[in-house]
Design a protein around this ligand. Structure first.
Ligand code: ATR
Length: 292
């Protein structure tokens, strides 16, 4: 790859970033299209975030991704935050437009693209159950609620967080918190079940967030965990005739959307997915990188 003064700088701000697969995935994608961009990961301590953002502004970065723990804190250092990111409550991508730094969030949209691409599910009239109520659930829930879902149920270990998310989502579509045995009743009429917690993630690969006998063959089961690629939940769902969707696609598509916002080119999604699969094989490291 040739790097000169015309090369556009993009990257990742996080802490830690050492295990990130994004530099490989992005740089391979730039190379595949022969685009003059270079992507690097920067490990920034939380108390240095403002300085890092201002440094990137001064250096003329085209944009960057933001990951744990900066997705919320970064907002106050930007000039604008798009409505979707504001509603989700987190920024995962920054784009420079002229002198302005704009924050956006591609997690929910990336999830939806991957889901539709792999399952061809019709979201209109879709009855959804989301397991979990953290950042990932917020991004996915917001996007699906706005995309025409008929209703969304949320269940979560900490009831209060689940109720808060249901209340938030009910601005766009009917949404309710459920728990205990009621989850079993809800699943009977669920078209799409989305698992957003870290249960089942390597190394605790036997973990499963609900009784697998509640699953049925008329549903799509989607797991945001991507390591292992086929979680126990997905295996049990498949065995009962359900269609399954793994978390790998979300990771690729949220990156592809950021790529497109920075370059204006259509992202080479297949190439990005292949790079990611190769770099995840045979083993990956820390907890935070086994789930979208
Ligand atoms: P992310 O941004 O990846 O969604 P997060 O915001 O920390 O991460 O949210 C993690 C979600 O997984 C939460 O819903 C959490 O439940 P709590 O709200 O009760 O903490 C859920 N979660 C994590 N570990 C879990 C476990 N062992 N069993 C059940 N739920 C779990």
């Amino acid at each position: 790859m040739r790097i000169d003064s015309k090369t556009q700088k993009v990257g990742l701000l996080g802490h830690p970033v050492i295990h990130s697969k994004s530099p490989e995935m992005m740089n391979q994608a730039f190379q595949a299209l022969n685009l003059p961009f270079v992507y690097m990961a920067y490990d920034v301590e939380p108390d240095q975030l403002g300085q890092a953002v201002n440094g990137m502004r001064a250096l003329g970065f085209r944009g960057w991704n933001v990951t744990i723990p900066h997705k919320v804190a970064v907002m106050k250092w930007l000039d604008e935050v798009e409505e979707s990111a504001r509603e989700i409550g987190a920024v995962n991508t920054v784009i420079r437009q002229g002198k302005k730094l704009i924050g956006t969030n591609t997690d929910g949209e990336g999830y939806m693209r991957s889901l539709l691409q792999e399952t061809r599910l019709d979201l209109t009239g879709c009855r959804i159950l989301i397991l979990g109520a953290g950042g990932a659930a917020r991004a996915v829930g917001y996007t699906l609620a706005k995309a025409g879902a008929e209703g969304i149920f949320i269940t979560n270990r900490t009831a209060m967080k689940g109720k808060e998310l249901a209340e938030r989502l009910s601005r766009w579509c009917p949404a309710r918190f459920v728990e205990g045995e009621h989850v079993k009743d809800v699943i009977r009429n669920t078209d799409l079940l989305i698992q957003t917690t870290s249960v089942g993630m390597s190394p605790d690969v036997d973990g499963i967030p609900l009784d697998p006998d509640w699953l049925h063959g008329e549903m799509v089961v989607s797991d945001l965990v991507y390591h292992p690629r086929e979680t126990r939940l997905l295996r049990e769902a498949k065995a009962r005739g359900a269609r399954v969707h793994s978390g790998m696609g979300m990771l690729v598509y949220q990156a592809a959307l950021a790529f497109e916002k920075w370059t204006g080119a259509v992202a080479p999604v297949d190439r990005m997915q292949k790079t990611l699969e190769e770099s995840l094989n045979p083993v990956i490291g820390t907890e935070s990188e086994g789930k979208g």
